[in-house]
Structures are given as structure tokens and as C-alpha cells.
Design a protein around this ligand. Structure first.
Ligand code: GRF
Length: 214
């Protein structure tokens, strides 16, 4: 398949989701990686895979708004069809959400709308949840609240620690995120800023994988 669907990935750290997006790219190409942290380990991984990877430093910009604007200028210069946040720890403001309207997605380690924000695994254990998991959603101006695309669930065991649960969920993240991007790239999932349309092929494929289309 010709992989002319252009994906740009934004990261702030480790980059394990970036790695899985790269390894499982069947219908898309990752054309660039952009980071707000020059020391993000994921950048090295991207470079070793010959993907253009660049980072900007907060200290080079007067205001946070200018910094975010500059980061997203870099993203725009790569002409993405889809922008994937993968452990990107800056809030995307309304101007950027509008600029890439319906074309920015995020992976979050909880079954949204449960546990938006940080420390999701600790909070799931504290709330005695029986199930936990991860969600891929369209990014809106409200944090972790845009339209849901798909989720993967796992069990929470009585013996779980936040670390053991995080590691189980991460395994699901690594399958779910590339799956969603591949489905978007072939048109089985169509995104808009306010809604997600999943065609029958997408629903069938989700069922085969055990993913939930919400
Ligand atoms: C993942 O758990 C992701 O869901 C969250 O941040 C973490 C990033 O991990 N948004 P990595 O950098 O992809 O390894």
C-alpha cells in the first residue's frame, strides 16, 4: 500500500507509543516528530529510524503561548494529515485545536470520561475499579474531553500496584493507537472536531481486535 497519509507525532518523553506507531505503520508514514523537550528519549529513537525529529526549548520563548505557537508552526511545516499526541505533556490551546481542526488525536491511559488528567492508574486503583484501560480521542480545547474514537479495556487485579497496572495498560496502548491511525488513514474512521464516524469495516476490525468503539 502507498503510505502517503502523513502523520506527525508530538512527544515529551520516553516515546514508547511513538515506537509502536512506527513499528505498526501499515497505511501511513510518520513524516516527523516534534517535542517540547530537547532531552526527550523518544527523539533519539525517531532519529535512529531516520525520521526527522526536532525539539524547541521553552527558555527560547517569552511566553508559553508563543512557545506553543512555534511548536505548532513546526508541525504545520510538515503538512500532516493527522497529528498524534503521544505522551505530549503540554495542553493544546484553542488556536492550535482550530488550526488542525479534527486532525489532532491523543492517547490517554484511562477509560475516558473516567480519570482525565494525571495519575490515572493510582486513581483507578483507589476508586476500586474492576476495569481500566486506554482511550484514543479527538483533541478539543478541553483537556482529555474530545470525542472518543476507541478504547481498550483490561482487568484490574486486587494485587495491582500503579506500576503493574500502568504496564498492562501500556501494552494495550501500543496496540490501540497504531490501530486507530491505520483505520483513519484508510478512511474506516472519519474524524471531525465534534464527532467520529466509524464505517462498518472499522467496526468489524475493532471487534476482531477486541477494541471498543464508543
Ligand atoms: C502514555 O501512557 C500515554 O497514554 C500518556 O503518556 C504516556 C506516554 O508514554 N499520554 P510514552 O512516552 O509513549 O512511552
Amino acid at each position: 500500500m502507498k503510505k502517503d497519509f502523513r502523520v506527525v507525532v508530538l512527544i515529551s518523553g520516553r516515546g514508547s507509543n511513538l515506537k509502536s506507531l512506527l513499528e505498526r505503520a501499515e497505511n501511513y508514514s510518520i513524516v516527523g516528530v516534534v517535542s517540547n523537550k530537547p532531552e526527550a528519549p523518544g527523539l533519539e529513537y525517531a532519529r535512529s529510524a531516520a525520521i526527522p525529529a526536532l525539539a524547541l526549548s521553552r527558555k527560547d520563548y517569552g511566553s508559553l503561548a508563543d512557545f506553543k505557537q512555534a511548536l505548532f508552526e513546526k508541525v504545520a511545516s510538515l503538512s500532516p494529515d493527522l497529528v498524534c499526541l503521544a505522551g505530549f505533556m503540554l495542553i493544546v490551546d484553542a488556536p492550535q485545536v482550530e488550526r488542525f481542526s479534527g486532525k489532532i488525536i491523543n492517547i490517554h491511559p484511562s477509560l475516558l470520561p473516567k480519570f482525565p488528567g494525571l495519575d490515572t492508574h493510582e486513581r483507578a486503583i483507589a476508586a476500586k475499579e474492576k476495569e481500566h484501560g486506554c482511550s484514543v480521542h479527538v483533541v478539543s480545547a478541553e483537556v482529555d474531553a474530545g470525542p472518543l474514537i476507541a478504547q481498550a479495556k483490561c482487568e484490574v487485579f486486587p494485587s495491582d500496584t500503579p506500576e503493574s497496572l500502568a504496564s498492562r495498560v501500556l501494552g494495550f496502548e501500543h496496540r490501540l493507537y497504531p490501530w486507530v491511525v491505520n483505520q483513519v488513514a484508510v478512511g474506516n474512521i472519519a474524524l471531525s472536531p465534534t464527532s467520529v464516524l466509524v464505517r462498518e469495516e472499522g467496526n468489524n476490525a475493532a471487534q476482531e481486535q477486541g477494541f471498543l468503539i464508543v
